[in-house]
Design a protein around this ligand. Structure first.
Ligand SMILES: *Cc1c(COP(=O)(O)O)cnc(C)c1O
Length: 866
C-alpha cells in the first residue's frame, strides 16, 4: 500500500437519486466503479443518495405529517418493488431495514418529534438505497462491500449552532490519521458502497448533513482518504457558464479552480452544493462533475493547479432577492452605527449578503436561499430599524453575478455589459475584494431575457475567453443536438484551394469573392415569399461583380453616400432609379440634391434637414427612418437606438416631421427601421412591425415598410446558421396581419460575408514568453472587423491544409498598433512558417470596404471566382 503522503489508491464516486433509482443506472455505477478502481490500480468508494423522491417523503414523516403511516407503507412498497425489479428477494435484501423503518413510527420519541429521531428517519433513505445497491452489484459478480457511513464520519459542533443544526445540518471532522485510513482500508472488498448525507452524532446517535449532503459526504471521504479524486456523477454534463435552461448557448466549464467553482456554486449553479467543495479544497483532492447518462463527456474538473485564465467564467441569476435600503442623516459618522444596524438583522435571524454604502445610505441584500424572508419577518425588521433610520424595502429583485478570476483587469471589456445594465434600474453593485465576482441587483421583472443577451456580450467582448478550450467546453446546444450541421465552405474543396493558392501568387493581401455563394444566398432570400422588395446594402461590399450579380438576381441597391450612388450607376448604367435607395446619415445636403436629381428613393430621419433646406425636399416623396429605441419594456434592450444612437427619428417627432413634409407638398411613402443584428425571433419582428405599421397607418400615404438588414451569418464554428425558416415564418405572419404594405428588406452581410476570403501570407513566426505569434502581411489595415468589433474570423493555413492544427497561436498583422490582432489562441499547424498562404474566412462583408492605408501600407487586391 502506498503511504498516505504519496496518495492512497481510493477514488470516490457519488451518485444521486436519479442515478440509483433505475436498474440500468446501477449497471453503469458498477461498470464505472470497477473501471475507476482498475485505472488507478486501486479501490473505489461509491457514495449514494436515497432513491429519488424518498428524502422528501422522509422529511414529511419526520415533520409529523398526519398520513405518516401511509407514507411509510408507500416507501416500503416502493423499495420492495425496486428490489424485485433487480431480480432479488426483497425480504432477504431489505427485510430488516424495512422493519426498522416501520418501527420508527412507533418509537417513543416520535410523538415529540425529537431531533435525534428525525435524523434517524431521514437517514433511512440512504441506508436502503446503499443496501439494495450492494446486493445488486454482488449479484452481478462484483466484489462489493457495504460500509455504514456513521462509522467513519463524525459530526462536530460549531459555535453559535442551534440544536437543530447540530443534529440535522451538521458539519463533520475533516482530518483523519493514518490509523483511521488503515482501518478503512482493512475492509475487505475492492469496491465499497456507503451512504451520503449521514454521519455519527457525538452522542452515538445519527446525524444528517442537510442540503447538498451527499456531495459533501463524498468530498469528506475524499479528503479523509486523501483520495486520487472525487467524482460527482449527476444527470447534467457539468457546470456551465450560465443556466442552460435560460441560455442554451452556455458553455460547459471544463476546468475550474476551487475558488471559482465555489463562487459559481454559491451564486446560482445547482449542480454542486457550495458546502461540498471545502473538504476537497483543504486537502487538495481534485473533483469532477460528470454525467451518468453520458460518461464520455469531459465534465467539469475542479482542482487547485488549474493554470490561471483570467476572465468571466459564468453568469448567474438569483431571484427573490430583498433589498433593505436605510437612509440616515447625522448618524452616519457616529461610532457603532453599523454594529447597531447589523445587530437588528441578527435579532431577526437574517444574514446579510451584499452591502452598498454612501454618505447617508446603507443598502443590504437578503438572499432567500439563506434566509427566511417572509413579509412578517420583514415587517418586524423594518419596524425595528425605523427607530434609527428611514427604511425602504425593495423586492422582488434579481441578483445577476459575473464570476471569474481576475475580473478587475477586464472591466474595460465589459462596456457592453455596463451599457445593458444602464438601461435597467440598478439598485446595487457589488464587487468582491477577492476579485472573483461582480454583482448587479435589479428589479426581478427587468431580469427576464437579460441573461442570454449578457452572455452573448461577454463572449463578444472577449471578457469571457471562450476560445480557451482548457476552460470552456462545448455549448449546451451542441451537447444536446450535436455540432450544428454546416455545409463545407466553398473554399474547402481541393480545386478551390489550388485556385486560391494560385490567386495568392501575384501578391497578398488579396480578397477573393466566390460569386456562386453570393447567388445562393440571394436565391435563399428570394424564396421568402412575404418579402416584396429586396435591396442589397452595398456598403458591405461594393465590388462591381457583386453588384452585377445581385442586380441580376433581382435585388435593388441601397446606398448610404453620394459616392455609393455614383458607383452604382457607373457599374450598372441602365439601372432604373426606382431600384436604388439612399439612406445616408448626417450627409451634406448637396448629396440629397444629387440623389433627387438621379431619381432614387431618399430616406430621411430628422426634421431639421426639412426646415433648413426646404427647396431640396419640396414636393418630394420621402421614406422616413424611425428609431424605435423607446420600444416596449422587455424588448427595449434588444432594439438598437434610443437617445444614444445617431440614427432615426424618435417617435415623438413623427407628427412634426409629417407636418413639415406636408407643408412642403411632399409625401411620406415608406417607413424604414434598420433594427440591428441577429434578430431571429419571429415574435420580436412581429412586435416591431406592429409599431411600424401603426406609424404607417397614422401617416396615411405610406406604401412600403422597410425592415432594414441585420441578418447574421455563423462566423464561429459553434454558431448556428441564421434561422431563415423561422425568419420567413415570422415575416409571413406579419404580412398576413398587415397585407396592405409592401415589405422591403435591405441586408448586406448575409448576402456577401461567406462569399469572401482574405488571402494573406505569413511574414514571421515568433515565440515570446510562452505565446507563439504568427504574423501576416495584412492585419487591421486589410480587415478591420477584429480590431474594431472584436469580431471572430476563422484563420486557416492553406499551404499546409492536410496538417493537424495542433498549436495555439495568436494571429497578428503588420500594423504598429496593439489591436492589430486577427485572432487569439487559434489552432494552426505546428510547421506554420513564413511565406505560407493563410485564409481568413467569411471576410466578404465589411472587409475590403473598410481597408485603409494606415502605416502607408497598400490596399488589398480583389479577385472574383465564378
Ligand atoms: C448597414 C445597413 C444595412 C445592412 O446591414 P447588414 O447588417 O449588413 O445586413 C441595411 N440598411 C442600412 C440603412 C444600413 O445602414
Amino acid at each position: 500500500m502506498p503511504s498516505p503522503s504519496t496518495g492512497t489508491p481510493w477514488v470516490v464516486l457519488k451518485f444521486g437519486g436519479t442515478s440509483v433509482s433505475q436498474r440500468h443506472r446501477w449497471d453503469t455505477i458498477g461498470r464505472l466503479a470497477r473501471k475507476r478502481a482498475d485505472d488507478g490500480g486501486g479501490r473505489a468508494l461509491v457514495v449514494v443518495s436515497a432513491l429519488s423522491g424518498v428524502t422528501n417523503e422522509l422529511t414529511a414523516i419526520a415533520d409529523g405529517a398526519d398520513d405518516g403511516a401511509a407514507r411509510v407503507d408507500a416507501l416500503v412498497a416502493r423499495h420492495r418493488d425496486f428490489v424485485q425489479a433487480l431480480d432479488l428477494d426483497p425480504d432477504a435484501v431489505l427485510g430488516e431495514r424495512l422493519t426498522a423503518l416501520q418501527a420508527l413510527l412507533a418509537d417513543a420519541r416520535a410523538a415529540a418529534r425529537m431531533l435525534d429521531w428525525q435524523a434517524e428517519v431521514l437517514a433511512q433513505g440512504e441506508l436502503l438505497s446503499s443496501t439494495l445497491g450492494a446486493a445488486y452489484l454482488r449479484s452481478q459478480g462484483l466484489d462489493v462491500g457495504w460500509a455504514d457511513a456513521r462509522d467513519w464520519l463524525d459530526a462536530i459542533e460549531l459555535p453559535n449552532q442551534s440544536e437543530w443544526g447540530r443534529r440535522l445540518s451538521v458539519s463533520c471532522r475533516r482530518e483523519a490519521d493514518d490509523a483511521w485510513r488503515a482501518r478503512f482500508a482493512a475492509q475487505p472488498a475492492r469496491l465499497l458502497i456507503t451512504q451520503g448525507f449521514i454521519a455519527r452524532h457525538g452522542d452515538g446517535g445519527t446525524a444528517v448533513l442537510g442540503r447538498g449532503g451527499s456531495d459533501t459526504s463524498a468530498a469528506l471521504f475524499g479528503g479523509l482518504l486523501r483520495a486520487r479524486g472525487v467524482e460527482i456523477w449527476t444527470d447534467v454534463p457539468g457546470m456551465f457558464t450560465a443556466n442552460p435552461r435560460e441560455v442554451p448557448d452556455a458553455r460547459l466549464l471544463a476546468r475550474l479552480d476551487y475558488a471559482e467553482a465555489q463562487e459559481i456554486a454559491t451564486t446560482g449553479a445547482k449542480v454542486l452544493h457550495p458546502r461540498s467543495l471545502g473538504p476537497c479544497r483543504v486537502t487538495g483532492v481534485p473533483m469532477a462533475i460528470l454525467d451518468t447518462e453520458r460518461p464520455d463527456l469531459p465534465g467539469t474538473r475542479i482542482d487547485g493547479d488549474a493554470s490561471e485564465v483570467p476572465g468571466v467564467k459564468a453568469i448567474s441569476r438569483r431571484n427573490g432577492i430583498v433589498l433593505v435600503s436605510m437612509e440616515t442623516v447625522g448618524m452616519w459618522q457616529s461610532v457603532g452605527f453599523m454594529a447597531d444596524i447589523f445587530e437588528r438583522f441578527r435579532r431577526h435571524g437574517l444574514s446579510v449578503d451584499l452591502i452598498g454604502s454612501a454618505e447617508t445610505n446603507v443598502t443590504v441584500s437578503l438572499d432567500p436561499s439563506e434566509n427566511l424572508v417572509s413579509t412578517d419577518v420583514l415587517a418586524k425588521l423594518s419596524e425595528d430599524l425605523s427607530q434609527i433610520c428611514r427604511v425602504k424595502v425593495i423586492a422582488p429583485c434579481a441578483a445577476i453575478t459575473l464570476v471569474g478570476r481576475g475580473m478587475r483587469s477586464l472591466l474595460h471589456k465589459l462596456s457592453e455589459v455596463w451599457a445593458t445594465f444602464g438601461q435597467e434600474r440598478v439598485h446595487l453593485i457589488s464587487q468582491s475584494s477577492n476579485d472573483l465576482n461582480l454583482t448587479f441587483v435589479i428589479d426581478e421583472a427587468d431580469a427576464d431575457g437579460l441573461l442570454p443577451e449578457l452572455h452573448a456580450q461577454l463572449i463578444e467582448s472577449g471578457a469571457m475567453p471562450v476560445a480557451d478550450a482548457t476552460v470552456f467546453g462545448p455549448s449546451w446546444n451542441e451537447i444536446q443536438f450535436g455540432k450544428p450541421e454546416r455545409a463545407p465552405a466553398w473554399w474547402q474543396g481541393d480545386d478551390a484551394r489550388e485556385r486560391l493558392l494560385t490567386l495568392a501568387q501575384p501578391g497578398t493581401p488579396a480578397y477573393v469573392y466566390h460569386l456562386p455563394t453570393v447567388r445562393a444566398r440571394a436565391q435563399a432570400l428570394k424564396a421568402v415569399a412575404a418579402v416584396d422588395r429586396r435591396f442589397y446594402a452595398i456598403k458591405a461590399n461594393a465590388h462591381p461583380a457583386i453588384l452585377r450579380t445581385l442586380e441580376a438576381e433581382g435585388f435593388g441597391l441601397e446606398c448610404v453616400s453620394q459616392g455609393e450612388i455614383e458607383h452604382v450607376f457607373d457599374t450598372l448604367p441602365g439601372l432604373a432609379p426606382a431600384r436604388v435607395l439612399f439612406t445616408p446619415s448626417f450627409a451634406p445636403h448637396t448629396e440629397y440634391d444629387a440623389a433627387f436629381a438621379r431619381g432614387v428613393t431618399v430616406t430621411l430621419d430628422n426634421v431639421e434637414a426639412l426646415r433648413r433646406w426646404p427647396e431640396t425636399f419640396r414636393g418630394r416623396d420621402l421614406w422616413l427612418r424611425v428609431d424605435l429605441g423607446r420600444g416596449d419594456g422587455h424588448h427595449a434592450k434588444v432594439v438598437t437606438g434610443g437617445a444614444a444612437s445617431k440614427f432615426g427619428l424618435p417617435l415623438e417627432a413623427i407628427n412634426a416631421f409629417a407636418r413639415e413634409v406636408r407643408a412642403l407638398g411632399g409625401r411620406i411613402t415608406g417607413i424604414h427601421a434598420h433594427l440591428g443584428s441577429g434578430i431571429d425571433h419571429p415574435k420580436h419582428w412581429r412586435g416591431v412591425y406592429a409599431e411600424l405599421a401603426a406609424i404607417a397607418d397614422g401617416v396615411g400615404t405610406v406604401d412600403t415598410i422597410d425592415l432594414g438588414g441585420g441578418l447574421t451569418i455563423p462566423y464561429k464554428p459553434e454558431d448556428l446558421p441564421f434561422d431563415l425558416e423561422a425568419w420567413a415564418q415570422g415575416l409571413a405572419e406579419i404580412k398576413a396581419a398587415w397585407p396592405r404594405y409592401r415589405l422591403a428588406i435591405e441586408p448586406g452581410r448575409f448576402l456577401v460575408a461567406e462569399s469572401g476570403a482574405l488571402l494573406v501570407r505569413v511574414t514571421q513566426v515568433v515565440d515570446k514568453l510562452g505565446t507563439r505569434r504568427v504574423g501576416l502581411d495584412g492585419g487591421m489595415n486589410a480587415l478591420m472587423r477584429p480590431a474594431m468589433y472584436d469580431a471572430w474570423h476563422g484563420v486557416h493555413n492553406l499551404s499546409r491544409w492536410g496538417d493537424g492544427n495542433e498549436v495555439a497561436c495568436d494571429v497578428v498583422g503588420p500594423i504598429c498598433e496593439s489591436s492589430d490582432v486577427l485572432g487569439l489562441k487559434r489552432k494552426l499547424p505546428a510547421a506554420t512558417a513564413p511565406d505560407d498562404v493563410m485564409l481568413v474566412a467569411d471576410a466578404g462583408a465589411y472587409g475590403y470596404v473598410m481597408a485603409n492605408h494606415y502605416n502607408l501600407r497598400g490596399l488589398p487586391r480583389e479577385d472574383v471566382l465564378e
